[in-house]
Design a protein around this ligand. Sequence first.
Ligand SMILES: Cc1cc2nc3c(=O)[nH]c(=O)nc-3n(C[C@H](O)[C@H](O)[C@H](O)COP(=O)(O)OP(=O)(O)OC[C@H]3O[C@@H](n4cnc5c(N)ncnc54)[C@H](O)[C@@H]3O)c2cc1C
Length: 649
Amino acid sequence: MTGAAGGEAFRPDPRLPGGPLPGAWQRCRETLPLVAPARRRQLRILVVGTGLAGASAAATLAEQGYQVRVITYHDSPRRAHSVAAQGGINAARNYAGDGDSVERLFQDTIRGGDFRAREAGCYRLAELSGAIIDQCVAQGVPFAREYGGTLSTRSFGGTLVSRTFYARGQTGQQLLYGACQALMRQVAAGRVELLPRRELLELVTDDGVARGAICRNLVSGALETHTAHAVLLASGGYSNVFHLSTNAVKSNASAIWRAHRQGAWFANPCFTQIHPTCIPSGDPAQSKLTLMSESLRNDGRVWVPAAAADSRPAAAIPEAERDYFLERQYPRFGNMVPRDVASRRARERCLEGHGVGPGGRSVYLDLGEAIARDGRAAIEARYGNLLEMYGRITGDDPTRTPMRIYPAPHYTMGGLWVDYHLMSNLPGLFVLGEANFSEHGANRLGASALMQGLADGYFIAPATVAAWLAGQPQPDLAPDHPACREARARASARIAALRRPPAAGVAPVTADSLHRELGLLMIEACGISRRADRLRAAGAELERLRELFRERLHVPDHGCGLDPELEKALRLEDFLDLAGLMLADALAREESCGAHFREEHQTAEGEARRDDARFAHIAAWEHGGEAPPRRHEEPLTFVASRPDRRNYR
Ligand SMILES: Cc1cc2nc3c(=O)[nH]c(=O)nc-3n(C[C@H](O)[C@H](O)[C@H](O)COP(=O)(O)OP(=O)(O)OC[C@H]3O[C@@H](n4cnc5c(N)ncnc54)[C@H](O)[C@@H]3O)c2cc1C
């Protein structure tokens, strides 16, 4: 199916609104069917995940009166990975009086994503952004304030205005506490049943409609069946396919991958974001990387020694012998270029021998000038916990010596395909937050993920899920329905296969060691920079890893429920399959756009060269079973923006 080149039209319908973009969401919402309050009590919704997207959706739907069941693999909903978000959340409020507006946030988002997102979705996000701030302030989220009481803002990459609201370097934590407190109110009211320490292993579908999930109770080991009239996946992103990433160690792709295997299309899997400012890996046995928020680039200047292989300490390198390469290459945006650009340039400098630290695999992020200008106390007040975190991990004081940073996998713009209503192509399956592919195109702008997750959870899903439920006549499935039994059998068979001992004489491998190998393979072939020959070679190497997984990975059964090795193996199995789809997607997209940089497609200045004639579309992949996956194209049209070449110079 090829929408773009004169083939069949793209199906399913993305249900994009007609008419002008301003007000389109409001007009759409006003046409959505409603459910009578008394009927809501009879309808069950299953929400997977208690990050910002899941917690906000569950709380809001329960507030409306639906019966909501929430599952999370954490012991507490507040441990969801959203708690780690540091820098802030965008909103077009123009509190800084620097010319911001909904239109500008829309334009920045669509351009930041290199024109690979839907205009209607980006516009809705910009329109909802202000309401998110109001909602969170009403919940008591302690955003930073000016002396006079108004909310403070700061800048993030890819923008020329100050629109990022923040709570020191702990914005995600504070937002999540707000959402979880709303969730717990509903738990106390009996409208939300919260089931922690459960992991989704299979989606239940009946006749192509999502009807529930099979979960493993991580304490008892039992498989449980949860059925519902609508299923919402808010299970986060899949950056841990690279093994080392800024995500929490347990963040995984299983919920969306299992849904994909049941028929949900996966959109733009190769659009993954490498964040430029992370603490470099210092140990081969390390299990995760730590982010240094992009907000630090407001005050920090990025540089390397101008001379290659200069091993003098930073303080011994005079100003004239430093290369502030982002400021030199991008005078207009300087250190605030978007993440894809900053990451690529840092890597390039390191490859050319200008990198600093062990192996020359890092660049400096220097707060020296800002401290001299504003004073140490002001900088510590702005970034306190980030500086402390850096000090604890590296042993260096970033207020006295520049930080060393290097790009690391961070965020995944790809995810399950959803329409404007956040419904996947499987009726009844909604996907929210980082788990879906929407609104960030080929590169997410800093501080826009929290905005999207909360727009999905507080405002969009509560309207569109209700609309689905209004027209949903089927009764809830009984747990022994054949569709449930079949899904449970699939989950049991997977676990049984992992319990099977390897053949005699075969050396066993662990999930950790295989995951590390997978990460190295993916970062080299499908990381900051990609090339057809390397992608193909990685495909062959991936087959070898899959075979090792099948033949040599053995998870013994100790007869008790708690089984972290089984959890790792199940997640790794899904990562191995997803990696194959990412390589296929990166190979098929023969252009450079945003974070997807194909070396064969660049300008003389080393910038991404898009091919709008062939690739102005969303690639939505259908699982092929034993056959290769099928690629579908949803064409993108631009009427309110002009898809010219991104230029941050
Ligand atoms: C270090 C860091 C800093 C960041 N800083 C910012 C920032 O400043 N601003 C910004 O906009 N964005 C930031 N981001 C991105 C942003 O935090 C995330 O995109 C966002 O929080 C994701 O929220 P979510 O609700 O979609 O998923 P998550 O918060 O990841 O929650 C996923 C939930 O799903 C559950 N789950 C997952 N799989 C399963 C399963 N199989 N079964 C059961 N439960 C499951 C988990 O238990 C969890 O509750 C940052 C990201 C990182 C890594």
